[in-house]
Design a protein around this ligand. Structure first.
Ligand SMILES: *Cc1c(COP(=O)(O)O)cnc(C)c1O
Length: 369
């Protein structure tokens, strides 16, 4: 794989294609596929990933916020874009960029009707979000009449889908809870369809939902993490390929004597002679302080080098005592050879967090196009 001269996130589009095809193979041919590209496409490069998904034949994209959807439209993305968490202050921008809002409360529905009427819209596509147990965003059973009545009274909107989100799709111990959520979504959506007199698409599954509850795929599924190469369980990780590989290089090597310390607050103290390597990546690049003191481990010349002491803003120091290496050699933080899930779980977090944390300062390089 490509050698780097500075801290670089290498994005392999061939891996994205592999993951897309794998996830598609888990659902029926007719089922639509929505690719989730929020948060810079899970910390990678939103525009590049969106273009590739469009080319691969994805049916929909989703972002969290209107500002993200605008970036996609400005880059020429044509696919329908669902905005999962729009706020009323952005409705004008949303309509101007043909973004499709998730409407999740009476308040937000009313405010969207106001904006769509003011802009003289007809049948503007909207998505109804139901809360079935995550208790984050969404309408409840008691709102179904209201949604149907308001939609029928106002020609400016048309419900193109209704959806919900599983709280624990990756957790086999919560199977009963997930099945309750699925059943409750079935009831809510058929109730809404009866009252509307037409049938919007229904969707509920995220990546782990696709893997664990394919019977609940309805008309569309929504996948994020799986596209980027992680499946929240080892058997699925083995089938997927990491899209992002984070690499850096050794800037300097130090010989550290016994009773010396390394880094801020002298957080690492040596009991014997060691060798440290300084790498140009720190918490400003997304390697948070929770990775310090040995929790974060990078790979240098196929050997493990744990982080010594505290993570600095722009640097980490790693232990290379047992590694034959020199200044300018490459260090792999995570990626194809070493999974981001493993890197993250060592520090008590998840792939989603480390991937989305990689800051915009880190250079992106695209391969496999
Ligand atoms: C982020 C998100 C997804 C994607 O979930 P993954 O676990 O990454 O597949 C799907 N649906 C909603 C509502 C989300 O917020």
């Amino acid at each position: 794989m490509r050698k780097v001269g500075e801290t670089t996130l290498i994005l392999d589009l061939a891996s994205l294609e592999h993951n897309y095809n794998y996830l598609r193979s888990k659902i029926d041919f007719e089922t639509k596929f929505l690719g989730v590209v929020k948060a810079f496409a899970y910390g990678s490069d939103m525009v590049t990933i969106a273009h590739k998904l469009e080319q691969l034949g994805a049916d929909y994209l989703a972002v969290a916020y209107v500002s993200e959807g605008i970036l996609l439209r400005e880059a020429g993305i044509q696919l329908p874009i669902l905005v999962l968490h729009p706020l009323a202050s952005n409705f004008e921008d949303l309509i101007e960029h043909h973004l499709e809002p998730s409407l999740y409360s009476r308040n937000i529905l009313n405010q969207f009707l106001e904006a769509a009427n003011a802009k003289k819209q007809k049948d503007y596509p909207v998505h109804i979000k139901f809360n079935t147990g995550l208790n984050r965003l969404g309408f409840s059973e008691a709102d179904v009449n209201f949604i149907a009545e308001e939609t029928k009274r106002n020609e400016c909107i048309k419900i193109v889908s209704c959806f919900s989100h599983l709280a624990a799709s990756e957790d086999k111990n919560e199977r009963d809870f997930s099945i309750d959520q699925i059943n409750s979504f079935k009831n809510l959506s058929s109730n809404l369809m009866d009252k509307l007199g037409y049938a919007p698409m229904r969707h509920m599954l995220n990546t782990s939902g696709i893997i664990n509850y394919p019977e609940a795929q309805f008309e569309m599924v929504r996948s994020g993490i799986g596209l980027y190469g992680y499946g929240n369980q080892a058997e699925i990780d083995a089938e997927l390929k990491a899209v992002a590989t984070l690499k850096t290089i050794i800037s300097q090597i130090h010989e550290i004597g016994a009773n010396q310390s390394v880094g801020y607050n002298r957080a690492f103290r040596s009991s014997h002679n060691i060798k440290s390597a300084t790498l140009p990546i720190g918490h400003a690049d997304g390697i948070g302080r929770q990775y310090g003191k040995g929790k974060g481990v990078v790979t240098i010349n196929n050997k493990k080098a744990p982080i010594l002491g505290n993570v600095c803003m722009d640097m980490i120091m790693v232990d290379v005592t047992e590694i034959d290496c020199k200044e300018g050699d490459e260090a792999i933080v995570f990626g194809t050879e070493k999974s981001a899930e493993k890197f993250a779980s060592n520090a008590g977090t998840i792939s989603y967090e480390i991937l989305t944390a990689i800051s915009q300062r880190v250079k992106r390089v695209v391969t496999g196009a």
